[in-house]
Write a protein that binds this ligand. Structure first.
Ligand code: F3S
Length: 400
């Protein structure tokens, strides 16, 4: 039975405002469905469902209704990627009509007090939750990173539930907010080297395919950078709906005793070949290369710049990132541009109108992009290391 504090009851009764009441109604309904005993205050929110490609006109109407009701966020809130770079969308090839609609979406969020910052790596640009903090984030890869790498606590919020949490500052205390749901119920013995960035996405594919909302604990991964953990989480989330994983000796909660639940299933991985094979189409043609899923870090952008320096690209190259990250590396952005590539802020291959731009054959180093792009963007996919992807951008075909 859900118990509310007197203040929460007042919010639900409409004593604060109509918008807060509406937000509480959503949060309380979800808390009741999932059997929460109480609500918890959230420190931050990341709202997904920002691209006009996903929202459509019905989504714009919903957001405008909330803005007109006077809804305002009460905790630090960031937005997931939009369907275009909010400044350089013409260069990106976005149709005018789409840009107009996307602009309406962003304006509606801005009226609710949300900065025009669209990224799936809010943790790289200042929305960095602390260990054990309760947050309400949407965006599967960001949720996986926040839960697993930072040890913060969030369920996979949908667009409306995250917005509601941002307005009333609360979420239901269920799922990954609770200690018992954070224990691993699957032990993954990794018996092969996992070293390159793309190895982590391939591992995410292999394990994700075998899980459904489970919590895996990886044993046998010797080292992993934050960028590699971001790739692993994004791939696990896309292929298996995973919202939390642990890596022995590396992620914070894996260090705690008793993190493996009794009776946990055991899986072994002896080779990553199956993951690479499954994410590679039977064509060498490449006319489009996407790097930065999840959004690229400073180091990743600089690495791309090093690989394209002095070259002329035959395929279109998009490096997607947060605007604040892009602003930190002007020299690398210039180098990539000189080679013919683009560093795009606010945006993402999957949620952009790629089909209407007309690209056909994508190369990527992201397991998540490999999952979504065939259906969402109508492209074939080649998957591999960043070096292979950039070579494909230079040659206009996948390297032998
Ligand atoms: Fe981010 Fe888009 Fe990939 S939201 S995780 S760049 S699919």
């Amino acid at each position: 039975m859900l118990e509310l504090t007197p203040e929460e009851q007042e919010m639900l009764d409409g004593k604060k405002s109509e918008a807060v009441q509406k937000a509480m109604e959503i949060v309380v309904a979800l808390a009741n469905i999932y059997g929460a005993k109480n609500l918890v205050p959230v420190k931050s929110v990341n709202v997904s469902g920002v691209s006009y490609k996903n929202l459509g006109d019905a989504g714009i109407d919903f957001l405008n209704e909330w803005a007109e009701m006077g809804a305002k966020v009460t905790v630090p809130t960031t937005l997931n990627p939009a369907g275009m770079d909010l400044l350089d969308w013409r260069e990106q090839g976005i149709p005018e009509e789409f840009a107009e609609k996307q602009g309406e979406v962003i304006e509606a969020f801005a009226r609710m007090g949300i900065p025009k910052t669209c990224t799936c790596t809010p943790y790289l640009i200042g929305n960095l939750p602390g260990f054990g903090e309760h947050i309400a984030w949407g965006e599967s890869s960001a949720v996986c990173f926040a839960n697993s790498v930072l040890g913060a606590r969030t369920n996979r919020e949908g667009g409306p539930s995250a917005l509601a949490a941002a307005v009333c500052g609360r979420t239901g205390n269920f799922g990954y907010h609770l200690d018992e749901k954070r224990k691993a119920n699957v032990l993954v013995n990794v018996n092969c080297p996992v070293e390159k960035g793309s190895d982590f996405g391939a591992l995410g594919h292999i394990i994700g395919k075998q899980l459904k909302n489970d919590v895996p604990l990886f044993h046998g991964i010797k080292e992993a950078s934050q960028v590699q953990l971001k790739a692993l989480g994004a791939s696990l989330a896309a292929w298996g709906g995973v919202a939390l994983y642990h890596v022995e000796g590396i992620t914070p909660e894996a260090r705690e005793k008793g993190m493996l639940a009794e009776g946990a299933k055991v899986i072994s991985v002896d080779s990553l070949e199956e993951g690479y094979k499954a994410m590679n189409a039977d064509t060498d043609e490449v006319d489009f290369v996407g790097i930065g899923c999840p959004h690229a870090s400073v180091g990743e952008i600089e690495k791309v710049a090093g690989l394209v320096k002095g070259k002329k690209l035959k395929a279109v190259l998009w490096v997607t990132t947060a605007r604040a990250t892009k602003e930190k590396v002007p020299a690398a952005v210039k180098t990539i541009k000189e080679a013919g590539g683009l560093v795009l802020a606010d945006s993402c291959v999957v949620v952009s109108p790629v089909k209407s731009i007309g690209y056909k054959h994508l190369a990527t180093n992201s397991g998540k992009m490999a999952y979504y792009s065939p259906n969402y963007c109508g492209v074939t996919v080649r998957y591999g290391t960043m070096e292979e992807c950039i070579q494909a951008a230079i040659d206009g075909r996948w390297p032998k």
